[in-house]
Write a new protein. Structure first.
Length: 630
């Protein structure tokens, strides 16, 4: 049991003092050897790490979780874990910041007991809230620890996370702040004044202030925090470079390693051996430690029977998502599987409100705090819970790109649902017209983006991403679009249709060219084709719902045609146009290639007005295609 004794013994305190002395030597040696790193803050956080890793419950299946939010203190983490026997000591020092080494400059998931790769300050507490929520849902009696820096408290996302933790009663989370009063540019109060204790207190947290180099005070504070009714913040007053006189209270050593002369002076002060040459030789070799990242699987999700919508149903794509989500919840939550939905004050618009009413304990209203919510949803998704985060496009990915980048680095299993995409947002105007989502998502190596073209395809895609591991973006748009029909008037995505990731759909065949499109523009492409039929021209209409993937079978047919056209209400520079243009170039395509897309920020007006201003209305595109084909 963690923190079961009333206090530390004198023998334990002496043991920690010795471990700290040796670990400080490790910190300055690895950073000097690598000629980079953050020795000062690593030393000020070190005593916290030694106590935390010694007494937290780390070995059971329902172990405590630890997030090192100020990931630049990795030398302190590595040295503490090595001295406690969890990492190979010589390798930690020799291979710190060496290319390909697991001992990176900022802590990464896969190091023992490190549950989140960090580096971008301000996101760690949100990740901690994600793990804390997961433990509450799964009824796991563990504790979540988030270590942080004091300068980091300037980040706004931390305020968002504090409020969320209090709202949802996350008394299973404890923040420990290394309060050394210094950051890169100097004293934290000169760089950006803040009232750290008061901020936590005003948001309803308990606050404990301690000496961050007093092992018994650290132990007792961590013990007390496990038995409160509120989330707890421990303010640990520390000294930058503690124990090495010339480093103490000097911001210079926040992010700068010691030079050779400084190193020799420091090892003399610590009474340790100068082993730089020894580790330089080891550094020429290879490490043996292999990190592991065992995320929990969600288990097999029952996707149920797809719904089939007809023209009479008058259902929009986002409602089709909401209906499928509710179906999934009914089939799985009641059978012991966990599905969570995260919202930012838009449940009615993103159509998660039916889920929220039916499963309030699995629905989390983050308020207008998108950065925090994106990280919480990502972290929770690694714990075996199927997590959906639904939001408007401009908030769900444009505003939170960095959070999703860190989610991606951490190998999350997040289902990101984006509504209100492209010019279809209409009257809300350019600030709300998300025209960059494909381009942004392409920068996330492990996110897959799917933009279905009607409610029936949305239903299948929702069920597909629920059962498929990995990060997915599902774009639904805003307005109601007609059900896609075959030329004979029957439903295109009917009972026989199965969504296969990467497959393009030939909605209509043709001989004079192909329009490749997706989402809202599929309907318009069909209308364009019908107009051109009157001119004696037939166009193939291709639905490219998986906007990052080439379907070779379909493209073999398109490559035989004299013209290929892309049509999208997305930034023309970053949508499917450049992706397909590169593909056609590699295929030595000899025909004509034309792109229709958004070339500037849109106007505020109804959707058709917005399309017309960008030259994407049916009439304008028809005229230009006729010119192209003549």
């Amino acid at each position: 049991m963690a923190f079961e004794r009333d206090s530390l013994t004198e023998a334990e305190i002496k043991k920690f003092q010795e471990l700290s002395r040796l670990a400080k030597g490790d910190i300055i040696t690895m950073t000097t050897l690598a000629a980079s790193g953050h020795p000062g803050g690593s030393i000020s956080s070190l005593d916290i790490y030694l106590v935390l890793f010694s007494f937290a419950e780390l070995k059971s299946r329902q172990r405590d979780r630890i997030i090192i939010s100020h990931g630049h203190t990795s030398p302190g983490v590595y040295s503490a874990l090595a001295r406690l026997g969890y990492l190979p000591h010589d390798e930690v020092i020799a291979f710190f910041r060496k290319g390909g080494s697991p001992f990176e400059g900022h802590v990464v998931k896969g190091i023992p007991f490190i549950d989140w790769s960090t580096g971008n300050l301000g996101q760690g507490l949100s990740a901690g809230c994600g793990f804390a929520i997961a433990s509450k849902i799964k009824k796991i009696d563990n504790h979540i620890y988030v270590t942080m820096g004091d300068g980091e408290q300037q980040k706004g996302q931390i305020s968002e996370a504090r409020r969320f933790a209090k709202k949802y009663g996350l008394n299973n989370i404890t923040v420990i702040i290394d309060y050394n009063n210094l950051q890169i540019s100097g004293n934290i109060y000169n760089v950006m004044p803040q009232n750290i204790a008061e901020n936590y207190l005003s948001d309803g947290w308990d606050v404990i202030e301690i000496n961050g180099h007093n092992y018994n005070e650290i132990y007792l504070a961590l013990k007390k925090a496990r038995h409160t009714n509120n989330p707890t913040c421990i303010l640990a007053k520390t000294i930058m470079g503690f124990g090495i006189g010339f480093m103490e209270h000097k911001e210079k050593y926040h992010g700068s390693p010691l030079n050779t002369n400084e190193y020799k002076e420091a090892v003399s002060i610590l009474s340790i051996e100068d082993r730089l040459d020894y580790y330089r030789e080891i550094r020429k070799g290879r490490w043996s430690f292999i990190p592991t990242r065992p995320d929990e699987a969600t288990g097999e999700i029952d996707t149920g029977k797809p719904r089939i919508y007809t023209l009479d149903d008058k259902v929009d794509n986002r409602t089709a998502f909401g209906n499928a989500l509710k179906d999934l919840a009914d089939l799985n939550i009641q059978n012991g599987k966990h599905i969570c939905v995260f919202d930012c004050d838009l449940a009615g618009s993103v159509k998660t409100n039916d889920f929220a009413k039916a499963y309030p304990d699995h629905f989390f209203q983050g308020g207008i705090q998108e950065h925090n919510t994106a990280t919480i949803a990502g972290a929770a998704s690694t714990t075996g819970i199927l997590c959906f985060f639904a939001d408007f496009g401009v908030f769900g990915i444009e505003e939170t790109f960095n959070q999703h980048r860190l989610n991606d680095i951490n190998g999350t299993n997040l289902k990101l649902i984006l509504t209100h995409l492209g010019l279809d947002v209409g009257q809300d105007g350019k600030t709300h017209q998300c025209i960059n989502y494909i381009g942004l998502a392409k920068n996330l190596y492990h996110f897959r983006t799917i933009i279905p073209c009607d409610p029936n395809q949305v239903d299948r895609v929702t069920r597909f991403i629920a059962k498929t591991k990995g990060n997915f973006i599902l774009g639904t748009g805003r307005s109601r679009w007609d059900i896609i029909l075959k030329e004979n008037g029957s439903i295109f995505f009917d009972e026989a249709y199965e969504f296969v990731y990467g497959k393009m759909d030939i909605i209509r065949d043709g001989d004079d060219g192909a329009i490749i499109t997706y989402g809202a523009m599929v309907q318009k492409a069909i209308q364009i084709r019908e107009r051109l039929l009157k001119k004696g021209k037939t166009l193939m209409i291709v639905n490219m719902a998986c906007v990052d993937e080439i379907d070779e079978d379909v493209m073999k047919k398109a490559l035989k045609l004299p013209a290929i056209i892309t049509y999208e209400d997305h930034n023309i520079r970053t949508g499917i146009a450049p992706f397909l243009a590169l593909y056609l170039l590699k295929q030595h395509y000899k025909g004509r290639f034309e792109s229709f897309g958004v070339k500037n920020y849109g106007v505020s007006g109804d959707s058709e007005e917005a399309y017309k201003y960008e030259g994407l209305d049916v009439e304008t595109v028809c005229e230009k295609i006729i010119e192209l084909l003549m």
